[in-house]
Every structure is written in structure tokens, then in C-alpha cells.
Design a protein around this ligand. Structure first.
Ligand code: ATP
Length: 137
């Protein structure tokens, strides 16, 4: 089945929202195939966000994402990439509808709770970056 990479950001962990957010993807019917709690290195975060390297918020983003542990996950199921993005809502929580993760739990674009891969190719790249093959069940 199709796989996507989701990551609960430090704000989600800090605010005690891990279970509430994971529950939504489980309830939808996706299968969790890998999960780990990580304090990510600056090197890993810079690779993860390499496409955003020229953005004015890049340094702040990398610093923030390394400020506390994240929950890195791989989820599998039909249409996982697009449907998980829909469950998350828009990048900007202010544009996310109630009922979405970002619409329900966040107000600031720099603290938007959870990352989700934006395409199947990106998902494959991110899964390889964050997990070893033997960590996927
Ligand atoms: P993600 O990759 O986290 O799922 P996304 O693909 O919806 O988000 P991108 O444009 O790739 O959005 O931005 C990656 C992350 O960078 C966003 O989730 C957000 O945390 C941060 N970000 C984006 N735009 C801004 C901004 N204008 N100011 C601060 N942070 C931002």
C-alpha cells in the first residue's frame, strides 16, 4: 500500500497531544508501520527541510524542530499521502477548517503541530531519511 511520513512536532509533544492526533489516523483506517520518539539533530532537520533552505523562516524552523523530541511515523493505506494531508489541514492553521488537526489544535504557522509528506516521492525520500528498512514492520 501507499506510505506517507508523518511527524508530530515539538509543540504537539509538549502540549500532550500525541495520542489525540495518532487516534485520528488510526480511526480513519490507516495502518501504523513505524514510529519512534526522536530528538532530531540539526543535520537531519536541515536535510528534511532542504527544499526550504532559502526561506526566511528556515533557521527558525530548524531550531524549533530541534528544541524538543518529535514523533516520527510511517502510515500506510490507500491514498495515504493525500488523505493524511487532508486530515492535517492547510500549512497555515488560520486557513485550516475545524475538524482538521491544524484547524482544531493550532493557530500559528510556525507551530502547526504535525508534518505530512506532500507527494509519494517526498514520502519515500523522508521515510528513507528518518527510518532504517528494518524499523518498518
Ligand atoms: P509540513 O512540511 O510541515 O507538512 P507543509 O508542507 O504544509 O508543512 P511547507 O511550505 O513545506 O508546508 O513548510 C514546512 C513548514 O515550515 C511548515 O509546516 C511550517 O511549520 C513552516 N513554515 C512554513 N511557512 C512558514 C512561515 N511563513 N513562517 C514560519 N514557519 C513557516
Amino acid at each position: 500500500g501507499e506510505r506517507t511520513f508523518l511527524m508530530l512536532k515539538p509543540d504537539a509533544v509538549h502540549r500532550g497531544l500525541i495520542a489525540d492526533i495518532i487516534k485520528r489516523f488510526e480511526q480513519k483506517g490507516f495502518k501504523l508501520v513505524a514510529m519512534k520518539f526522536v530528538k532530531a539533530s540539526e543535520e537531519l532537520l536541515k536535510k528534511h527541510y532542504e527544499e526550504l533552505a532559502q526561506k526566511p523562516f528556515f533557521n527558525g524552523l530548524v531550531k524549533y524542530m530541534g528544541s524538543g523530541p518529535v514523533v516520527a511515523m510511517v502510515w500506510e493505506g490507500l491514498g495515504a499521502v493525500a488523505t493524511c494531508r487532508a486530515i492535517l489541514g492547510e500549512t497555515d492553521p488560520a486557513k485550516s477548517k475545524p475538524g482538521t488537526v491544524r484547524g482544531d489544535f493550532s493557530i500559528h504557522i510556525g507551530r502547526n503541530i504535525c508534518h505530512g509528506s506532500d507527494s509519494v516521492d517526498t514520502a519515500n525520500r523522508e521515510i528513507k531519511l528518518w527510518f532504517k528498512d528494518e524499523e518498518l514492520v
